[in-house]
Ligand binder design. Structure first.
Ligand code: UD1
Ligand code: UDP
Length: 356
């Protein structure tokens, strides 16, 4: 079987590093980078650090409006699919690269496999929600990270091809954790941080960055917590801060985006994590680090009941009190599988191969 895997954004490189290695033991994989993320620290660093093979093609679409960016991807991907004639196209997550990868394949009658199918926050104005709903509705294989995600698909009438395989991000984390542990003294020193004595924050979603009052509130909250805040800054947020003239408070240590190994080291040692990122939230949960989610809705409401994850939106008081809350007594119950999602995906594709 020949498959084309489509990646384009930071979390997709991290997930593909684990699955791609596993897929290549059984199948012929062509890796396509759409070029949605292109800075060294948003893209190349993950290929180098995680041993992800260099892409066979980089479409180099870069940044643009949703329509222009997605259209460029569709055009480039269609040409790749026509040239390679794959049996399957595999896409990850909920970015514009995901949607373009799935849509271009579907229109050519090529079966689609969607990793992280079924996540829903039911915020229809979120670009990610549009991307995942549309992708799920053209996919043949729907690999879900949680039982709840499979349930969401059933509610939309999608029954066939749904597999609860666990979260590939958990596989990725387990694979990288020994290296993160080995380097953590050095990483913490480079951020001038002491174990358990800082908060780690990330902000990048459109809902956080595109509204000045929201972004201002998030930084106000960061300035009011009782410890330093380490903030590896997504380029989107840097642009938004500059145009809204927002300056980081004095306890906030802003850095460039960090590598995945560095990020895991920072996550493991944080007092709590404050984030609007889907991936970082789940990593906090896997690692047993309390999380304050800077959003009002969640794709995995089941973590909220455990006390490890709190939705605080951009409510300054709520962010501050949630960050400083005590750690829950019981460890986080396993909701995201057992770290063998990649193996399951490969087994399913081997035993039930796609038909064109
Ligand atoms: C995208 C995804 C989001 C995902 C995130 C992961 C969509 C609609 N959004 O958001 O779901 O959570 O990736 O990080 O697909 N930029 C750079 N250098 C880069 C990449 C981006 O400077 O290498 C800046 C540009 O100013 C760009 C902005 O970031 O306009 C936004 O980039 P874009 O890829 O459109 O969306 P993300 O916010 O990264
Ligand atoms: N990450 C990273 N460096 C950073 C910030 C995040 O390696 O500076 C990793 C993080 O550990 C997680 C993934 O990137 O594995 C999450 O990506 P992001 O927050 O950009 O997107 P989302 O998961 O929200 O789609």
């Amino acid at each position: 079987m020949k498959l084309v895997s489509v990646v384009g954004a930071r979390p997709q490189f991290i997930k593909a590093a684990v699955l791609s290695a596993r897929l290549r033991r059984e199948f012929d994989e062509v890796l396509v980078h759409t070029g949605q993320h292109y800075d060294d620290l948003m893209s190349d660093v993950f290929f180098r650090e995680l041993g992800l093979p260099q892409p066979d093609t980089n479409l180099g679409v870069g940044s643009a409006s949703h329509a222009v960016q997605t259209a460029r991807m569709l055009e480039g991907l269609e040409a790749v699919y026509l040239r390679e004639s794959p049996d399957l196209v595999l896409v990850y997550g909920d970015t514009n690269s995901t949607l373009a990868g799935a849509l271009a394949a579907s229109k050519l009658g090529i079966p689609v496999a969607h990793v992280e199918a079924g996540f829903r926050s039911y915020e229809r104005d979120l670009p990610e929600e549009t991307n995942r709903v549309l992708t799920d509705h053209v996919a043949t294989y729907l690999f879900c990270a949680t039982a709840q995600a499979a349930k969401c698909l059933r509610r939309e009438g999608i029954e066939a091809g749904v597999h609860d395989v666990g979260d590939l991000m958990y596989d990725s984390m387990l694979a990288a954790l020994p290296r993160a542990q080995a380097s953590e003294a050095e990483v913490l020193a480079s951020h001038n941080a002491r174990p358990g004595a800082y908060y780690l924050a990330t902000v990048h979603r459109a809902a956080s960055t595109d509204d000045t009052a929201t972004l201002r509130a998030l930084f106000e909250a960061f300035g009011r917590v009782d410890l330093p805040v380490v903030l590896p800054l997504h380029p989107r947020t840097r642009v938004a801060m500059t145009s809204a003239r927002i300056e980081a408070p004095s306890n906030v240590r802003v850095s460039e985006p960090v590598s995945y190994i560095e990020m895991l080291a920072l996550e493991r040692n944080a007092r709590a994590i404050l984030t609007d990122s889907g991936g970082v939230r789940r990593e906090a949960y896997f690692l047993g680090i309390p999380c304050v989610t800077l959003r009002t809705e969640s794709e995995w409401p089941e973590t909220l009941a455990t006390g490890w994850d709190v939705l605080a939106g951009a409510d300054v008081e709520r962010i501050v009190s949630s960050a400083q809350r005590p750690r829950p007594d019981a460890p986080p119950p396993p909701l995201f599988g057992d770290g063998h999602a990649a193996d399951r995906i490969v087994e399913i594709l081997k035993h039930d191969p796609p038909h064109r």
